[in-house]
Each structure stands twice: as C-alpha cells, then as structure tokens.
Design a protein around this ligand. Structure first.
Ligand code: FES
Length: 147
C-alpha cells in the first residue's frame, strides 16, 4: 500500500535528530491519532535554511513525510520553504494511501510552526504564514519570558 519512496524514507529517515539553539522550532500534534512531530530549523542571516532536523513520535507515514519534508526545505529560503505543502511532500513520495493523508499535513504544519517561531524570535513577518493552530509547547522548550 506504500510506495517504494515512502518505505525508503520510513526505513532510512533523513535528517532525524535535533538542532541545539535552533533558529526556529515547531511542534505539532494530531489530536485524533495522538502523533507528534517536531521540526528544528537552522536559518542563516540570508534567511536560508542551512540545516533542518526532525523528531516524530508517530506512524510510518508521519516518519516518511517528515523525512521528505526536511529534504525539500533544506537549502531553501524561507519563502520557498512556504511552498513545501503537504501536497508537495506527498507528490515527492509518489503518493500516500488516502487514510494517511493527514500524516503529511503534520509535516507541513510543523514546518510552518518552526517558521512562525523563527519569525517571532526575529520580529519579522513571513508572507502567507499564519499562526500555527496546534503548536504544542512542552516543558523542555525554552521558558516563556515573563514581564
Ligand atoms: Fe497519525 Fe499518521 S496516523 S500521523
């Protein structure tokens, strides 16, 4: 039921891990299946994504889509990264079974959440980027500043 590409990215995920001191971190979850995905972006002063890593606590399709999504945004600028939609990720994986389409949405949302975090930290706006709906902040994230 999965394409060879999906199986390849599931069995050999690219860019798995985390980036310490990342420029932007986005964590999103799917309420229905309970799966969680986190994307770390390292963005340079020219707004180019130098490095990207992910951690996914989820199904095989979630692992494969995160892996492919990181490949697609690496080396891109932040505007180009906005074009990496779940559709683009699915196409790059040669499709997903219909019941697994929501898993690819998680990848798109996680990238957007990480870009949002980067934009917030740098006081900039990214065209077309909206505040993530399901950004999850866990205890290990940096503490919120209080005034
Ligand atoms: Fe939840 Fe795949 S079943 S992300």
């Amino acid at each position: 039921m999965y394409s060879e590409k999906v199986m390849d990215h599931f069995q050999h995920p690219r860019n798995m891990g985390e980036i310490e001191g990342a420029s932007g971190v986005g964590t999103v979850g799917n309420a229905k299946c309970g799966d969680i995905m986190r994307i770390y972006l390292d963005i340079d002063e020219n707004q180019i994504i130098r490095d990207v890593k992910f951690k996914t606590f989820g199904c095989g399709a979630a692992v494969a889509t995160s892996s492919m999504a990181t490949e697609l945004v690496k080396g891109k600028n932040i505007q180009e990264a906005m074009q990496v939609t779940n559709k683009a990720v699915m196409e790059a994986l040669n499709g997903l079974p219909p019941v697994k389409v929501h898993c690819s949405l998680l990848a798109e949302e996680a990238i957007h959440a990480a870009l949002w975090d980067y934009a917030q930290k740098n006081g900039i706006e990214i065209e077309g980027l909206e505040k993530p709906k399901s950004d999850i902040h866990e205890g290990e994230e940096e503490e919120e500043e209080e005034y």
